[in-house]
Design a binder for this molecule. Structure first.
Ligand code: FES
Ligand SMILES: [Fe+2]
Length: 442
């Protein structure tokens, strides 16, 4: 038994030298684990389209080694890595007019996994006929959408509708797909989205100056699967409300990275990215995203490789150890925890409320699923396009005479959020217009 007394004395290293356990329920995502099964109930991005060339591509998602390919008729397939004949890897296969052909004995499979040809077997070969009629290669449905390839790895009967978020429909925006790999468990990367404190600390010198202000924080849990962390900062005469957003299991948005510093009014500017944190295995994950550029997103000059790396992690990726120590970004913060963080040794405080709330919800949904209760789907949040909240609003709110700024900033935060929430009742094409007009009147 560890005594608190021991942990509180000076130089108590000896009393804390034990290895803490990680949160198995949330961190493990292989098939058959509670969270692995939970994540498999959703469409997940698995690649950016431009990374898929004429050859098959070996990928790993949720601990499964898979082969992604595009056949010569343009159809995209996502199949199990190993051929059902004698287990050769299909990453060395050939893309044909229809399907993929194994390099070893030439079996041919279509994108649904159907065995189309078994060369070298006589036409009346009983085993060949039997295997064609009774077996398929493991395959998953995919959907290519604006430069990202999504896949559904769950039970076929439970396949949900593909969710369409309002971020896909904002006019006059440039959306650039990107992928950023992290060498750590997915929960470590996901945590940061509902953690407005880290933005003010880790990122204080990486975007605009106002980022360094902590501001007044607020956390929201809505519709069982939406989590918001807001930070309302004082910048001169203005109050700047930045809204970070998580829609379970792993859809994330925030405010802009470079479009505002809080000095000029801005009404419902939208997220720098539209992003998913996808486990590769328990010790690696990838953030797949679009960087969003235009009047409602970040300035178009940041639509570069470096720009998107900064939007994703606060810093560019390829840096020396010295540079990483001088100005750590998200990668340094979350990978530095280790491949899987010792959650048992964490000590959560008020600013971690968003983290506590969403982890608790995921845990509940995973446990429910083990009892046969299907988790809620983003596509069910709206009849059509799903409204999202990741945004920046900067309004004039001069400091009151009594100098009591916290209460004022909290009031501004509440009013802005109320307007944004009221917009949910509006038709999607009218919602942004409504919110912007209402915010201007505040
Ligand atoms: S192992 Fe693939 S065809 Fe034989
Ligand atoms: Fe961050």
């Amino acid at each position: 038994m560890r005594q608190d007394r021991d942990n509180f004395q000076a130089f108590c290293g000896y009393h804390q030298n034990w290895k803490g356990d990680y949160d198995h329920e949330l961190a493990e995502t292989d098939a058959g684990t509670p969270c692995g099964e939970y994540l498999r109930r959703y469409w997940q991005p698995v690649s950016i389209t431009k990374d898929l060339g004429e050859r098959p591509k070996l990928i790993k998602i949720l601990g499964e080694e898979l082969v992604l390919f595009r056949d010569k008729s343009g159809q995209i397939g996502l199949v199990h890595k190993n051929c059902p004949h004698r287990r050769a890897s299909l990453e060395f296969g050939k893309c044909e007019t229809r399907g993929i052909r194994c390099c070893y004995h030439g079996w041919l499979f279509d994108v649904e996994g159907t065995i189309l040809e078994i060369p070298g077997e006589p036409e009346d070969s009983e085993p060949a006929i039997r295997v064609k009629q009774s077996r398929r290669l493991g395959a998953y449905p995919v959907k290519e959408f604006r430069g990202l390839i999504f896949a559904y790895l769950g039970p076929p009967r439970e396949q949900p509708r593909f969710p369409v978020y309002d971020a896909y429909e904002l006019p006059d925006m440039v959306r650039s797909p990107y992928a950023a790999a992290f060498q750590c468990n997915w929960i470590q990367v996901l945590d940061a989205i509902v953690d407005p404190v880290h933005t003010a600390f880790l990122h204080q010198n990486q975007f605009t100056e106002g980022f360094g202000i902590c501001g007044e924080m607020q956390f929201y849990e809505r519709d069982k699967i939406r989590f918001l962390g807001t930070a309302t900062r004082r910048v001169g005469e203005n109050a700047w409300v930045r809204v970070n957003e998580l829609i379970l299991p792993n859809f994330t948005q925030s405010g802009a990275a470079f479009a505002t510093d809080g000095t000029k009014t801005r009404f419902f500017g939208r997220s720098a990215f539209t992003r998913w944190v996808v486990p590769v295995d328990d010790e690696n994950c990838i953030a797949f995203a679009w960087g969003n550029f235009g009047a409602r997103g970040d300035p178009i000059e940041w639509n570069t490789k470096e720009g998107m790396e900064k939007i994703e992690q606060g810093e560019i990726i390829d840096r020396t150890y010295d540079e990483r120590q001088q100005s750590p970004g998200d990668a340094e913060a979350v990978e530095g925890m280790g491949l899987i963080s010792e959650h048992e040794k964490e000590y959560l405080v008020t600013g971690d409320r968003g983290v506590t709330l969403y982890r608790r919800r995921i845990r509940r949904l995973c446990r429910n699923l083990t009892k046969g209760i299907s988790p809620p789907q983003p596509a069910d949040l709206a009849d059509g396009t799903i409204p999202t909240y990741g945004s920046d609003t900067v309004i004039r709110a001069p400091l009151s005479d009594n100098g009591e700024d916290s209460a004022l900033l909290r009031r501004v935060n509440d009013q802005v959020m109320e307007v944004i929430f009221l917009g949910d009742g509006k038709q999607s094409s009218k919602r942004d217009e409504y919110i912007i007009e209402a915010l201007k009147k505040l």
